[in-house]
Ligand binder design. Structure first.
Ligand SMILES: [Zn+2]
Ligand SMILES: [Zn+2]
Length: 289
């Protein structure tokens, strides 16, 4: 029996990319469900959370839903689905929303701004579910036998990575991250920072990782806070992850381009001589851990 079930509801970064060119890998922005013993952890609230909300409603048949959301950061592609997450409008449901402070503002204040009347017709305060905001400050959390740890990623603003561990298994969610040494050239500082992230990911059974760019794209998008997929694979190898899942796909990448990336990723691993598994996240893709 598996410890965690991981399901991908949104795999795209930056902006939704719907349409026939992306129908296999998916066009919704970041959202992953981590399920364990009937408890639901929702990682990011990009547009993929809308369909997840529908699924939760069907599963629970009107019974109260109680779940934790872990938000990496408040860039649009990680929160823009929340106003369309129908279970948040239902009285009796409870959602604990975890995230980091922003630059000069609290997590709750920034998140609430998403539903400011200038942007959306319904105020967050009118959502009938109980919404509790928890600003994380580096402490580890415990939820029904699952330990949740965080670390900061290298991304404009403030962004958290999460690691979920239980019964000797772990799933790490590291999105919107640019490897320090690629961005800054190899300095002592960059090496040290990369080592902190590598240690955080060490031995993960599943490592879901930002892999937005090809080499060519990275040349003009360096310092934008995302990684080349080859750097993310290297991170997985160095951290001895068992299964790396490439994630946060560039909105310009068609299914055909994603197939090329998947093939290249497998060849990079083969050339390394390591046994690590690599997948490219697809909407609807499910992994048992
Ligand atoms: Zn993003
Ligand atoms: Zn971002």
């Amino acid at each position: 029996m598996s410890v965690f079930t991981v399901r991908f509801w949104g795999t795209r970064g930056s902006i939704p990319a719907p349409g026939f060119k992306t129908s296999r890998y998916g066009g919704n922005t970041s959202c992953v469900e981590l399920a364990r013993n009937g408890r639901t952890f929702i990682l990011d609230a990009g547009t993929g959370i809308r369909e997840l909300g529908e699924r939760l409603r069907k599963d629970t048949q009107g019974k109260p839903i109680d779940a934790d959301l872990f938000i990496t950061h408040t860039h649009w592609d990680h929160i823009q689905g929340f106003p369309f997450f129908v279970p948040a409008y239902v009285k009796g449901n409870t959602f604990r929303i975890h995230g980091s402070h922003g630059v000069g503002r609290s997590f709750e204040k920034i998140f609430r701004g998403l539903m400011d009347p200038s942007y959306f017709p319904v105020d967050l305060g009118d959502m009938a579910a109980s919404l509790e905001f928890h600003e994380l400050r580096g402490e580890a959390l415990q939820r029904d036998g699952v330990e949740i740890k965080t670390t900061f990623t290298n991304h404009p603003g403030v962004d958290l990575a999460y690691r979920f561990s239980a019964d000797g298994k772990s799933v790490t969610y590291l999105t919107d991250h640019e490897t320090y040494q690629t961005m800054n050239t190899v300095t002592e500082f960059a090496r040290k920072q990369d080592r902190i992230v590598e240690d955080f990911c060490r031995g993960s059974d599943v490592l879901i990782v930002d892999a937005q760019y090809t080499d060519d794209e990275y040349r003009i998008k360096r310092t934008w806070g995302h990684s080349r997929y080859r750097d993310s694979i290297r991170l997985g190898i160095d951290a001895e992850a068992k299964h790396v899942v490439l994630y946060h796909h560039d909105p310009s990448h068609s299914d055909e381009q994603m197939d090329v990336i998947a093939k290249d990723a497998r060849e990079i691993i083969k050339a390394s001589g390591k046994a690590m598994r690599v997948s490219v996240a697809q909407e609807g893709f499910q992994i048992e851990v």
